[in-house]
Structure formats: C-alpha cells, structure tokens
Design a protein around this ligand. Structure first.
Ligand code: KG4
Ligand code: ZN
Length: 333
C-alpha cells in the first residue's frame, strides 16, 4: 500500500511517500521568511504553502520513484494547526483524492508525532512514552497501541520551545531561540544563575515555564547591556539547564507512575544536544530505552502523517470528503 502524506499545519510545507510502512521520500520545506518577524505569521504561512505545496508533492513522488497513479491513499493533517495553513493542505489532498479516485484520510497532527519514531525504529513495541517538546507543545503521552493514547503531562502556560525562544529574545539572540541558546550556552556555567525548576501544586506531572521566563527577564533587568553580553553564555547555560531539568523531572515522574520503559522523543527541542545528553544519562540510570528519531522526523514533517494514515488505512478507515480543518483538534479522548 502506497500512501502520500501532506503536512501544512504551521510553517513546514511537507509531502512524503510511505510504502507498506517504509519511508520512500520525505520532502520538508521550512519557511524561513518567518525569522524576520520573530515568529510564525499565519497569513504568510498559508500563502507560502499555497505557492510551494504542489511542487513539494511532485518532488516527494519523484524521489519515491513512483507515479501519482501508484498511490493507494492520501493522508493529510486536518488539525491541530493554523486554520488557513491547514486548509491549503486539506483542500489539495481532497482534490487529488477525487482526481485519482482513491481514499482520503484526515490525520491528527499529534498522532503523527507519536508515530514518527516508528518510521526509523519499527521494532518499537507498545506501550511506550512519547515526549513531545516543540514550540507549540510540551507533553508526555503514553501510547498503549495504535489509537490508544493517554496524556500524562502538558504545559499549563508556555511550551519548552517557546521558553527557549522567549529567553533568547531577552538575551538579544535571534529566532528560533533554541539553537541560539544552545550555541551560547556552550562553555557557559550552568550553575551560575539559579533559575527556578517550577513545581506545580495542582498537578505533579504538568509543566510550567512562564516563571522561568520571568526569572530571566528580572535577572537581565538588573544588568546593563554590557553586563548581559559579558555574562550571556552563563545565563544561557543556566537557563537551558533549568528547562531541561524541568523536562526530565516530569519524564521521570511519568515513568515511575506508569512503569513504561520505552521512550521516544519528538519536537524541535529534541535537537538540543544538552537535552539529549542529560536524557540519555537519566535513561541509563533508570534502565530505560530512549529513542531519538532522526531530526527531520522529530520536527514537523509529512512522513509521520503518511505513517499514521497508513496505519489507519490498514484498519479499514477513510475520511469523508466533507472533513473540516480543525485548528484546536485534540487527541486526548
Ligand atoms: O517542532 P518544531 O520544529 O516546530 C513546532 O513548534 O511545531 O519546534 C520548534 C521549536 C522552537 O521553539 C525552537 O526554538 C526549538 O524547537 N528548538 C530548539 C533547538 N532547535 C529547535 N530548542 C532547543 N535547542 C535546540 N537545539
Ligand atoms: Zn508539530
């Protein structure tokens, strides 16, 4: 079975081909234009998808060495995401499915992330925990089988990637802030500044990063621009350490509650080398198996959408052509 996946929920225009669960191609175009604005501009994102999507699909099909006529189904993200951006992918997917007279499947973007690790680690067995750490999400899911997910941890305010982005802005670094903070933190002293590791009384599994953002803001407000510049690598290292410690503390708690030993990581923050190092150390200490998918599978991509679509197709599902885009689509039941 050959499935074309399409992803346009935010600022990545992507198309991919999966054949019988194996990845044949995955073309991802990251819209660089948003850097100028310090964040994703929804209207520009939709326009860019509109301009690029057809050629990205052609490229994915060509790289998979197939023709459109070989496709058995089309899977596309229908939520969550930006309304205009979602509509570009959804409408094109519907049009293609009608034209080729093949099934069309709407896929929940979050479900895609949960299954991205299956693409380069097909031996991953249920149940596993998936830690999703991106610019929009900070969540820990337990995946008990296909379609059975439990959300254990969520952020009550900012996402981890957002904390990196906001911290970077305060330090006068560029967007996206994660890679900038990571670079700046190299050689910095992570113990120099005592940033909080927030504990939530209401829920011991949930994350909160807004206090951390306030802490870095106040630290910098007490300094002159020169002092910030001189101490920037120590501030960045301490700030990064606080985000990572918070993430890992909750991961440990969820593991202790569920006793699930296998963990996969998704989202842009998974690129952080200090996070990988500390997560691997923790896993070794607790006897866990942690899997970091290839970076192009951690961030938004159509391969994960094609994979989730393939699983749904196998179980005999397809979506109705009147399926709407749902910007706040949830996965938790
Ligand atoms: O998954 P992603 O590419 O996009 C969505 O949010 O959907 O994640 C982007 C986020 C940004 O907030 C970015 O700052 C963060 O991932 N990020 C990192 C690193 N690379 C990207 N955060 C920390 N360290 C990195 N090396
Ligand atoms: Zn995503």
């Amino acid at each position: 079975m050959i499935v074309l996946g399409i992803e346009t929920s935010c600022d990545e225009t992507s198309a991919a081909v999966i054949e019988d669960g194996l990845l044949k191609s995955n073309v991802v175009l990251s819209q660089e234009i948003h850097r100028e604005y310090g964040g994703v501009v929804p209207e520009i994102a939709s326009r860019e998808h509109e301009v690029q999507l057809t050629s990205i699909i052609e490229m994915a099909i060509e790289r998979a060495s197939i023709s459109k006529l070989d496709l058995d189904a089309i899977a596309v993200t229908y939520g969550a995401g930006l309304m205009g951006a979602l509509l570009v992918g959804l409408n094109l997917a519907k049009g293609l499915a009608i034209g080729l007279d093949i099934p069309f499947l709407g896929v929940n973007h979050m479900e895609g992330h949960l299954f991205a690790n299956m693409i380069d680690n097909p031996q991953m067995e249920y149940p596993f925990l998936c830690m999703l750490v991106s610019g929009g999400h900070t969540q820990i899911w337990s995946v008990d089988s296909f379609g059975e997910y439990t959300l254990f941890s969520n952020t009550v305010d900012d996402a981890a990637g957002e904390a990196f982005d906001k911290g970077a802005r305060i330090l006068g670094l560029k967007y996206p802030g994660g890679p900038e903070i990571q670079r700046e933190a190299m050689g910095g002293n992570p113990d120099k500044y005592n940033f909080p590791r927030p504990r939530l009384k209401r829920s011991e599994y949930d994350f909160s990063f807004s206090g951390l953002k306030t802490a870095i803001l106040y630290t910098c407000k007490k300094m002159t621009d020169d002092e910030i510049l001189q101490n920037r690598s120590d501030i960045a290292a301490s700030y990064q350490e606080a985000i990572i410690d918070t993430l890992l503390k909750k991961l440990k708690k969820v593991h202790q509650k569920t006793n699930i030993q296998k963990i996969s990581v998704a989202g842009g923050v998974a690129a952080n080398s200090r996070f990988r190092e500390k997560a691997s150390d923790l896993s070794e200490k607790l006897g866990l198996q942690i899997h970091f998918p290839k970076m192009e599978l951690c961030t938004d991509n159509a391969a994960m959408i094609a994979m989730a679509g393939y699983e749904r197709l196998k179980s005999g599902e397809q979506s109705s052509l009147d399926l709407p885009a749902i910007p706040n689509l949830s996965l938790a039941g």
